[in-house]
Design a protein around this ligand. Structure first.
Ligand SMILES: Cc1cc2nc3c(=O)[nH]c(=O)nc-3n(C[C@H](O)[C@H](O)[C@H](O)COP(=O)(O)OP(=O)(O)OC[C@H]3O[C@@H](n4cnc5c(N)ncnc54)[C@H](O)[C@@H]3O)c2cc1C
Length: 442
């Protein structure tokens, strides 16, 4: 058996006090990530009793903040994307949380030198051309790989642009649906002081959550649902909201009776998106200005991206994409392999002497984490209807929620939160309807 990924050993900065779960809840929510927290908060607001069952011994799922050398560092989600439509930003504002807008200016480093202003301008223009071309092509009737819409005439920037999009998509563009493309609005991003994971953990305060409680499956043969627990127990409820990541549902979760073919096909068709952080502590890094994206090009390796001076600290993310993690995994390289790779790339561009004060305190491997098996769900060509399919309930008692459901904010904590609220509203509408079936007997 593969050892637990390194990131799972870091303790979260915020471990909220949670409440005991009721023995006979109206609704069971499986998973206490962004979607599960949103569902639980909304169901309670709507007057229903709820039990959240979480496999890990912490809340937040793929958003977790830890403390490294005195700084709060996110090991999962960090960017609050899509400012105008992300419910976690609106909620943060209403709570007076410390938000800051992400900088627009990026670093471009070519070979062993910073780019000139004309090179930066050319790169930026090429990016705009590519974005317009792909977004335009996405409205074509026929779906296909997003790679097919990337213009040929982007000069030396084409490979870099494809690499950036592959990183933020979670897969090479050959594996990403063109029809799923325009659904993500990356512009107008924010960060939250103290970390995204810590913020989500604060939102879980006092919620009825049982930690360390993996769910193995659901029996929905009766009028309600019986949730099967790994310890052999079960919990009965009138309805369930399943926020378990798609690759986990594909690999290790049983529905009895089996899900309808359409729902099963929607779940099984998603690809596991890959995005990992190699967390650098590098006080003397040549990048200045906090929270800047960096493109480092013109070397032997193709690093897909960096975020420098996280929150104005000496920390930086060196990101790993599908291509790099495939190579590392094929070589059997663990986290130390990722460390060696990051060092080799940085040495090539900045010289070995510049790395004298570089330390790499954390490397994530969400793709090997049994409770996520990836960073987010990716829609391959021909599968673009899956997100909408997952928004439909099964048997009026199983609802799905999570980042995979979100059309407009796919792959994000904001999208997961919105889908958690949406599912909770649907469940509450259903259960407060007089015609709804009575609770399954325990
Ligand atoms: C490295 C990385 C960087 C990212 N960067 C960003 C970013 O900058 N901005 C952004 O918005 N998003 C980012 N994301 C994506 C974001 O983290 C996710 O989209 C979001 O957190 C998903 O929320 P969720 O509730 O759908 O799923 P999760 O957070 O995965 O929550 C599901 C929960 O279910 C639990 N669970 C799983 N199986 C079971 C089971 N059988 N029984 C009980 N519980 C179970 C899990 O432990 C988990 O707590 C990133 C992800 C990663 C990994």
């Amino acid at each position: 058996m593969r050892p637990a990924p390194e990131h799972a050993r870091f303790r979260p900065t915020v471990a909220p006090r949670v409440s005991p779960v009721p023995a006979a809840p109206d609704v069971v929510v499986i998973g206490a990530g962004a979607a599960g927290i949103a569902s639980a908060r909304r169901l309670i607001e709507r007057g229903l009793s709820v039990a959240v069952l979480e496999a890990r011994d912490r809340v937040g799922g793929r958003a977790v903040t830890t403390q490294l050398r005195g700084h709060a560092i996110d090991l999962g989600a960090h960017w609050m994307h899509a400012g105008p439509i992300n419910p976690l930003i609106a909620l943060a504002r209403s709570r007076g949380e410390p938000l800051r807008r992400a900088a627009q200016h990026e670093h471009l480093w070519i070979g062993r030198r910073p780019a000139r202003a004309d090179e930066e301008a050319a790169f930026s223009r090429a990016f705009d051309v590519a974005d317009r071309a792909i977004t335009g092509a996405a409205s074509r009737a026929q779906d296909g790989p997003a790679a097919g819409a990337l213009p040929r005439h982007l000069g030396p920037w084409r490979e870099r642009i494809a690499g950036v999009h592959a990183l933020v998509s979670g897969r090479p563009l050959e594996e990403v649906s063109l029809h799923d493309w325009p659904s993500m609005e990356y512009g107008d991003n924010f960060f939250i002081a103290g970390g995204y994971g810590a913020y989500l953990a604060r939102l879980a305060l006092e919620l009825p959550i049982r930690l360390g409680c993996p769910v193995t499956g659901l029996d929905w043969s009766g009028p309600g649902v019986r949730v099967q627990l790994a310890d052999g127990g079960q919990l009965a409820a009138r309805a369930v909201i399943v926020t378990v990541p798609m690759p986990v549902l594909q690999a290790a979760f049983r529905f009895d009776p089996p899900l309808p073919e359409r729902t099963r096909a929607a779940i099984d068709g998603f690809l596991s998106g890959i995005y990992e952080h190699v967390v650098l502590h590098w006080p003397s890094a040549p990048f200045h200005g906090r929270d800047r994206l960096a493109s480092v090009v013109g070397g032997r390796h193709k690093p897909p991206g960096m975020l420098t001076r996280i929150d104005g600290t000496p920390f930086h993310y060196f990101e790993l994409d599908t291509a790099l993690t495939r190579a590392l995994d094929a070589a059997g390289a663990g986290p130390d392999g990722a460390r060696r790779l990051a060092r080799a790339v940085l040495a090539e561009h900045f010289g070995r002497a510049a790395l004298a004060d570089l330390a790499i305190p954390a490397v994530t491997a969400w793709r090997h984490d049994p409770w996520s098996r990836g960073s987010w769900a990716v829609v391959p060509p021909g599968h673009a209807a899956a997100r909408a399919t997952l928004q439909e309930p099964v048997g009026e008692r199983i609802w799905f929620a999570g980042e995979a459901n979100s059309r407009a904010q796919w792959g994000t904590a904001g999208g997961a939160y919105e889908e958690g609220q949406r599912a909770a509203d649907r469940v509450a509408d259903r259960l407060t309807d007089d015609r709804a079936p009575l609770r399954a007997s325990a």
